[in-house]
Design a protein around this ligand. Sequence first.
Ligand code: UD1
Length: 448
Amino acid sequence: MADARPFHWEYHPEPVAREVFRIEGGRRLDGTVPISGAKNAALKLLAAATLTGERCRFTNVPEIEDVRVMAETLRDLGVVVDHPEPNVYEVASGDVEWLFVPLEAAARMRASFMLLGPLLTRFGRVIISNPGGDRIGRRPVDLHVEAMRALGASIEYRNGYYFATSPGRLRGGEIRFPFVSVMGTENAMLAATLAEGHTIIRPAAQEPEVDDLITFLQAMGAAVERTAPDTIEVEGRKRLRGAEHRVVPDRIEAGTFIIAAAVTGGRLTLEGAPCDHLAAFVETMDRVGVGIACGTDTIDVDGSALLEGGYRACDVETAPYPGLATDLQPPTAVLLTQATGTSHVHEAIFEDRLEWLSEVGRMGARVEMIDAHHATIDGRSRLVGAEVEIGDLRAGASLILAALAAEGTTTIHGAHHVHRGYENIERKFLDIGASISRSAEGTTDTTS
Ligand code: UD1
């Protein structure tokens, strides 16, 4: 049957239900926060489950919008995705009838492109939408495409879609990336697990979520190993089996709550938190003067230095793991507004990750944008409530942090972006003493 779904030129995204957060700032946050499973691991694990026809089971999956989008995208392909209880997903990809990942999925979530490697290697073909639509240039996927070609795939790009085919099994080969890409590494690795022969991926991303994916693939019977910090080697297998896996905790969520304690002068204990995965961030917190104590799977944060005006300015630069995560740059920038002196922020990974700083500027932060990758922050600023707009997920969480630190009420438009990646965020903030409510845009109805 012909597919009625639109190509790019006739695509009009479904209107999203816009939401606002209202936050009364200036309250100290104290207590305990449970850290959820990592979004950036869960999405790839769900994609990897299509490498086998057998059932895979995942626990500690965060209840977030991106996971729901991935589950829906898989169901559209004919994959059975069960959600038997909160935080548990089961995936069975016996019959995949429809090797087509449409623009609807790609437009909602870039990680839908993670289906390229596994579907191509298992079924020999897939048609998949370019996640940026035709906006090539910003966050391109050329490295993913080149990696598949290095394994013998033919890929053509037409009308916003990649048409990928492989006459037989993909062939193992050498994949040399010009620079580190997290999802590029993961897509290449997934494709190589069922290819014929040996694959070597260099430089391979070192993020903990990549290693979580390796652990799951090994449980499926894949011969995948990190043979050097920046090298992953794969010996292709004919088939993989079903497996069970617990998703690694979310270091980005943990970092976000560390800043929440720091900017409100509070004390928090993060439970199930991955201190080992936050070394560069914890080192930055030490330099700024935030007290952090790591337990086996807890992190205690002491933000009392804020009240004595004791945070110090600090220069930060993002880098691939084990460097400071770009996803923690926005929260860190909020902290730097509360540190005395001038801090320089160098966002080395993305060219659009500093734009949101203008919104914190509206709340009283003294921010100067130098270029797309550099800004300076002069602290300490008195932040005051304002009306601000969230443009993306990480900036969204950071505007919440700024609002918690500010005097008065902040209204944050575009709150729905935050649910893409943070489980139950307002519940977690309410439980530690924040005054935060969520409502549909245009209403005054509060959820709590
Ligand atoms: C992943 C994370 C994201 C995080 C980012 C960097 C997921 C779902 N998302 O995104 O939260 O911020 O890593 O840690 O895991 N690039 C290209 N061509 C490509 C691919 C990437 O030029 O084909 C560029 C990107 O534009 C960027 C850089 O490479 O400048 C690194 O991006 P990459 O590591 O690929 O990020 P993602 O895997 O998309």
